[in-house]
Design a protein around this ligand. Structure first.
Ligand code: CJW
Length: 854
């Protein structure tokens, strides 16, 4: 019998779920014969778009608009994905292969339409089909909201990983939360950030597939009790809980031209009872809806705090909700196929934890195996450790998650008991290895003792998993020698590095078609699935005709970026000037302030007439500040204030332009990175774990000005193969920073640097805030009164020197073009295909599975 079609409508909206059917039947249904293949040509696409517009969406010529046209196109494309999606999962089921799971509180997917067309190989056909209907792909693509379910690099990395897993045909599922509201939208009002809710689902979400049949309960609160089961085993039950229902919504993740479509499963929280009927009948309407609202709040909104953990109970609920729902799903899938036999479970399943955010999974997997499936402690622990792997993304102390024991006791009493038991056993291991070293035991303990004890999630993650990795070589080395030193001494084999990457499909092929075409003309298209092949481009740097074409492409991309800047900032950028770009979250350690001080320095030079051999420069800065991060918000305001003064000053003219780009997000970066000349990667050494924007800029032909931090080091190493002068290095190294810090006094540096003195004096004079006196005092204070923690003054002079070098290099346009080409040629290492290949080789050990033929 063919599988019954899913009751979900194409828009993903449906009535209350039917009772779950038997799991094994569900899984079997996926192996049944597939639908006939839908045509991939323009003609069939056009027919389906028209059909969806008039039947699925019910539009006629009076009620149609671009939004519905966009939806119809998505539905036609989704149908094509759907066939491959089913075929992929049928193949996985049939192969009974080991599966990998990427658990992450964030997936910053951006837009899906262009990516789906690229990966299905029907961009041209879709353009033609739309042309036949009088539509433009470019216009309709603009109708799609970004899926902004992440803060920054960590969330976007998860999205790039999903793309690479599908392209490598690895059976990997993403698990995340379907937040009603993603990353806030940033508006700039009077130069200041204003946050607005991101109602990304409000116009419907045609890509997702609602799967109510896989809904599962997640427990909270209540208490635990011991009992003896009929087999005479001592067991624990978690009772009198308040449950929340987790319902999956699946998003398709297509691989590149390979028939694979993987799944990103996002959980939505609701109450298991629509509302309490007894309360309702008794007239207590508020009470009846209260529990519903409380449950739904769990998946309401993404926390917009890049790094600053703040101990909010709702955030912990989100973490447990994701971990529990996902692990239950994984266990359910296993039991459906293998029955309740867990002997080989760890051979068949591996979870990668994206930072400590889902780390409560350590306790939850133990609980599921022991409490729900009656396994003993030792067996459960062996499975848990083997199945879990942990990636650390930051060394910043404020980002290290710690949860109050009291909060866990209230919210998650059973997982807390398990954490205590894990810790008791772990501390015995530590004591046996270092007898009497109580200081070390206290450092390594999962529990931080004190009047308000806390659970250290990183320690729990390390103890509970078989692999711990950092995200760039320097970062991984620093983890071993610093933060996780004790653990590295205990278990050196657990620690490894996985340098980040980005997917060249989205971050070159899709976002920069002009440069992609040029590359493909020169070296063929293998780079799209094997970025190491892009090294073949290097000899073209010597070819004058190629450089000419390269420069023409860059110029067109700059014209396009200038149009965006004009539209969003109202500032004119001259495409012949150097485009100097810093876009990323606003954070003191990323030192947007250093960039701003350099701009003030350039302005000061212009005003003093020091303009011989000037290189015109357009400085673009963009990024969101965490809503509660006052200094970061001041920095945004500061950049805007400088921009207003500089851009209006007739003495400045075309020599310098400054703009702050509002609402930086994935789809903005797709328009920004093709047009950048200079990529600003200027964090204090040792603070940026990796960075990934640095890789996108490199791939799109920008040169980097940067410190020896994160992946910058590896970027520089790669491009240095082609000689010097292709990367503008400056600043103290990690070791030098550590050395200097002990005796560092920014006042001493300022006293010896007249240029910096002038810059600070100009700011202090109120020149950039004439109508708002004092508003930049906090910024100045961080530099002069509060010890300049991020060592901006210490690096200022060398930064200015490197900027001058870059400006000088830019004046030789032929040499610059050659460097640009060589940067692209050297970017082969920075594909997530390479990163994922390494995760798979060293940690996951999955076998690629080809999707069944349609
Ligand atoms: O991860 C990227 C790196 C980048 C690093 C970033 C990161 O800063 O250098 O390229 C991918 O590896 N993001 C976070 N840590 N490191 C991060 C993100 C969101 C967070 C958080 C930390 C949210 C919370 C706490 C810590 C929170 O409580 O909401």
């Amino acid at each position: 019998m063919p599988a019954k079609p899913s009751p979900a409508t194409s828009t993903g909206k449906m009535k209350r779920p039917a009772r779950p059917t038997r799991q094994s039947r569900q899984e079997q249904a996926e192996t049944q014969p597939l639908n006939p293949v839908l045509g991939m040509d323009a003609e069939h696409l056009r027919e389906d778009i028209t059909r969806h517009l008039s039947y699925t969406l019910g539009r006629d010529s009076y009620s149609v608009n671009n939004h519905y046209r966009y939806q119809a196109v998505v539905l036609a494309v989704r149908d094509r994905l759907m066939e491959r999606w089913k075929a992929t999962h049928a193949a996985y089921y049939k192969a009974d292969c080991k599966r990998g799971y990427y658990l992450s509180l964030e997936f910053l997917m951006g837009r899906a339409l262009g990516n789906a067309l690229l990966n299905l190989g029907i961009e041209g056909e879709a353009v033609e089909a739309m042309r036949g209907l009088g539509l433009s792909l470019e216009d309709l693509s603009e109708e799609e909201n970004d899926a902004g379910l992440g803060n920054g690099g960590l969330g976007r990395l998860a999205a790039c990983f999903m793309d690479s897993c599908a392209t490598l045909q690895l059976p990997v599922f993403g698990y995340g939360i379907r937040y009603d509201f993603g990353m806030f939208r940033q508006r700039i009002v009077n130069r200041q950030q204003v946050e607005e809710p991101d109602a990304w689902l409000a116009d419907g979400m045609p890509w997702e597939l609602h799967r109510p049949e896989y809904a599962t309960r997640v427990k909270f609160r209540g208490k635990t009790e011991f009992f003896t089961d009929p087999e005479g085993r001592n067991r624990v039950r978690w009772i009198e809980t308040r449950d929340v229902l987790a319902t999956p919504y699946d998003l398709p993740v297509p691989g590149y031209l390979n028939g694979t479509v993987n799944t990103l499963r996002l959980w939505r929280a609701t109450s298991p009872e629509a509302f309490n009927l007894a309360d309702f009948n008794a007239g207590d309407y508020d009470g009846a809806v209260e529990s519903q609202a409380a449950a739904e709040n769990i998946s309401r909104v993404l926390y917009p705090n890049d790094k600053s953990e703040n101990g909010k109970e709702l955030r912990l609920k989100q973490q447990y909700f994701l971990a529990s729902a996902s692990l239950q799903d994984i266990v359910r899938r296993w039991v459906a196929k293998h029955g309740p036999n867990f002997e080989h479970f760890a051979d068949g399943n591996v979870c990668q934890l994206n930072d400590t955010h889902p780390t409560i999974a350590v306790a939850e997997l133990m609980r599921l195996l022991m409490d729900e499936h009656a396994l003993g402690w030792d067996e459960s622990w062996a499975i848990t450790q083997r199945c879990l792997a942990y990636t650390n993304h930051t060394l910043l102390p404020e980002a290290l998650e710690k949860w109050p024991v009291a909060m866990l006791r209230h919210l998650l009493p059973r997982p807390l008991e398990i954490i205590f038991e894990i810790n008791a056993r772990f501390l015995r291991t530590v004591a046996n290895r270092w007898p009497g070293d109580t200081a070390r035991q206290a450092r390594m303990s999962i529990i931080e003792e004190g009047p308000h004890p806390h659970v250290r999630m990183a320690n729990l993650a390390i103890v509970g998993s078989s692999s711990v990795n950092g995200v760039a070589q320097l970062h991984s080395d620093l983890l071993k020698s610093g933060l996780f030193r004790d653990f590295n001494e205990l278990w050196p084999e657990r620690f490894n590095n996985k340098t980040n990457g980005v997917t060249q499909r989205r971050w070159l092929a899709l976002c920069n078609p002009r440069q992609s075409d040029l590359i493909t003309q020169a070296i063929g298209s293998e780079w799209v699935t094997d970025l190491s092949k892009i090294a073949r481009l290097a000899p073209s740097a010597k070819n004058a005709d190629f450089r000419k074409a390269w420069r023409a492409v860059k110029r067109e991309n700059k014209v396009a970026l200038a149009a965006l800047v004009k539209e969003d900032c109202g500032v004119e950028f001259n495409p012949d000037a150097m485009f100097d770009v810093q876009v990323k979250r606003i954070h003191e350690y990323k030192r947007q302030l250093l960039n701003a001080l350099h701009v003030v320095h350039l302005y000061d030079r212009i005003k003093r007439g020091d303009v011989a051999d000037w290189t015109p420069r357009c400085v673009l800065i963009g990024g969101k500040a965490a809503p509660g991060y006052a200094i970061a918000k001041s920095i945004i305001r500061f950049v805007g204030a400088i921009a207003d003064v500089v851009n209006k000053d007739p003495d400045v003219g075309d020599r310098l332009r400054v703009a702050f780009l509002p609402n930086y997000r994935v789809s903005a970066m797709e328009r920004i990175c093709p047009g950048a000349d200079l990529s600003e990667q200027i964090s204090t050494a040792g603070k940026e774990a990796s960075g990934t924007g640095n890789m996108k800029f490199m791939m799109n032909g920008a040169l980097t000005i940067g410190t020896l931090d994160g992946a910058n080091i590896e970027i520089r190493e790669e491009v240095m193969r082609y000689g010097d002068g292709h990367f503008f290095l400056f600043g103290l190294t990690t070791e030098q920073i550590a050395e200097r810090r002990a005796t560092y006094r920014p006042q001493d540096v300022i006293a010896g640097d007249p240029a910096l003195q002038r810059v600070l004096a100009l700011i202090r004079s109120g020149h950039f805030n004439q109508t708002d006196p004092g508003i930049f005092n906090d910024i100045l204070a961080t530099l002069t009164d509060w010890g300049d923690h991020w060592m901006i003054c210490a690096d200022f002079a060398d930064y200015v020197r490197a900027q001058d070098e870059a400006a000088k290099a830019y004046r030789d346009q032929e040499r610059w073009a050659a460097s640009s080409i060589l940067n692209v040629a050297a970017s082969g290492k920075f594909s997530t295909d390479r990163t994922i290949g390494e995760y798979n080789r060293d940690i996951w050990k999955l076998t690629p599975v080809r999707a069944l033929p349609l």
